[in-house]
Design a protein around this ligand. Structure first.
Ligand code: NAP
Ligand code: MG
Length: 402
């Protein structure tokens, strides 16, 4: 059988530990037999990041800007323990952080739903996608532990010499102060990424903040979203029959819980951090969460939401059997291949991606799954497979669908 040809390379970012092992298995069993795969390969494994002084991460992000679509394996973000484990020259920054800042992107996370794994919120029958603004606010804060009596001010010194000064609080005794910021540029990028992704996936977009209390800060977010929507996206949304709406975060939380799912919830940085963990847990399993970084210029980087599954990797190194779920990593590949197919007009490649996703879901619904899924599945007698046999079972299902 002829393998599907590609015209533009996909940027392939390899990674670390157990997910690096899965990466190769996925390519061997599910991709290479069917696709004449064209990738520009970047090894983001920690060893190579260290060897290249992390230049490889920057290069891979620039290649993504050039070609438009990347698929990324999970990578280690070094901490003190990794410094000695990998004999690192320095504590390299999180690759995701580096890539995100070069792409100026927003991260969208959505669960993969299968029958037999029932969300804790039983009316959630469709996925809820969380879009998290990934710049500023409390993540770039400046804090002071107030030692005692005194006055705190918020001061802005303009380059033009004009100064704005507000009193924060007159302290009677010890306390705390925090300064946070954001920029119109970053908020606008975030808004555009959200509107584009809503159009791309034909889903409603919700945005929430606390503008009733934060009358300048959060209100600015609300205004920027509204302005950009009205000027650039309203017509397209109406054409597609999708909706943008803003609501107070308190109201959004209540509506989300009562909803059926099937929309994008755009959140400020902190809200997105907290809510994405809540939503992921409520849908069942971290290993069933997909993640895509979308830049305001329409560049896409697909990955699994989970990490390198270190504990399983150490078992694997000891020669013990592992049962690691590869579905989110497979969906990173199908997401990237589908996007590449759409951009290049390759129908077969689009169909391949759809069919491979179907095969993943059908395999689990047929009762064949990895250990962690079996623990939350309502399936009576699940067959628990090891990491490689699970991928082989997906390949078999895929063949049966052809
Ligand atoms: P993790 O790799 O997400 O794994 C945490 C635990 O979740 C695992 O020990 C496992 O539980 C379960 N799990 C996650 N994915 C699974 C899968 N596909 N199949 C089965 N079980 C799965 O997080 P971590 O152990 O905290 O972090 C490990 C490394 O990943 C760290 O170095 C971190 O820097 C990195 N990381 C990278 C990314 C990224 O590249 N996007 C994201 C997060 C973390 P059990 O052990 O109970 O089976
Ligand atoms: Mg978090």
């Amino acid at each position: 059988m002829d393998r599907i040809r590609m015209t533009t390379p996909l940027v392939e970012m390899d990674g670390d530990e157990m997910t690096r092992i899965l990466w190769q298995m996925i390519k061997d069993h599910l991709i290479l037999p069917y696709i004449d795969l064209k990738t520009e390969y970047y090894d983001l494994g920690l060893e190579n990041r260290n060897k290249t002084d992390d230049k490889v991460t920057v290069d891979s992000a620039n290649a993504t800007l050039k070609y438009g679509v990347a698929v990324k394996c999970a990578t280690i973000t070094p901490n003190q323990a990794r410094m000695s484990e990998y004999d690192l020259k320095q504590m390299w920054k999180s690759p995701n952080g580096t890539i995100r800042s070069i792409l100026d992107g927003t991260v969208f996370r959505a669960p993969i739903l299968v029958k037999g794994i029932i969300p804790y919120v039983s009316n959630w029958t469709k996925p809820i996608t969380i879009a998290r603004h990934a710049y500023g606010d409390v993540y770039k804060n400046v804090e002071i532990r107030v030692p005692g009596k005194g006055k705190a001010y918020l001061v802005f010194e303009g380059e033009d010499g004009n100064t704005i000064k507000e009193t924060i609080h007159e302290f009677d005794g010890e306390g705390i102060i925090q300064g946070i910021h954001n920029t119109d540029k970053s908020i606008s990028s975030f808004a555009r990424a959200c509107f584009n992704y809503a159009i791309d996936t034909k889903q409603d977009l919700w945005f929430s903040s606390k503008d009733t209390i934060s009358k300048k800060y959060d209100h600015r977010f609300k205004d920027i979203f509204e302005e950009i929507y009205n000027n650039e996206y309203k017509t397209k949304f109406e054409e597609l029959g999708i909706e943008y709406f803003y609501t107070l975060i308190d109201d959004a939380v209540a509506r989300v819980i009562r909803s059926k799912g099937g929309f994008i919830w755009a959140c400020k940085n902190y809200d997105g951090d907290v809510m994405s963990d809540m939503v992921a847990t409520a849908y069942g399993d971290l290993s069933m969460m997909t993640s895509v970084l979308v830049s305001p210029s329409g560049v896409y980087e697909y990955e699994a939401a989970h990490g390198t599954v270190q504990r399983h990797y150490y078992k694997h190194l000891k020669g013990e059997e592992t049962s690691t779920n590869s579905i989110a990593t497979i969906f990173a590949w199908t997401g990237a291949l589908r996007k590449r197919a759409e951009l290049d007009g390759i129908n077969e490649l689009c169909e391949f991606a759809d069919k491979l996703e179907k095969a993943c879901i059908k395999t689990v619904e047929d009762g064949k799954m990895t250990k962690s899924l079996s623990l939350i599945s309502t399936c009576k007698d699940p067959v628990i497979l090891n990491s490689e046999d699970f991928i082989k079972a997906i390949a078999e299902t895929f063949e049966s669908l052809r």
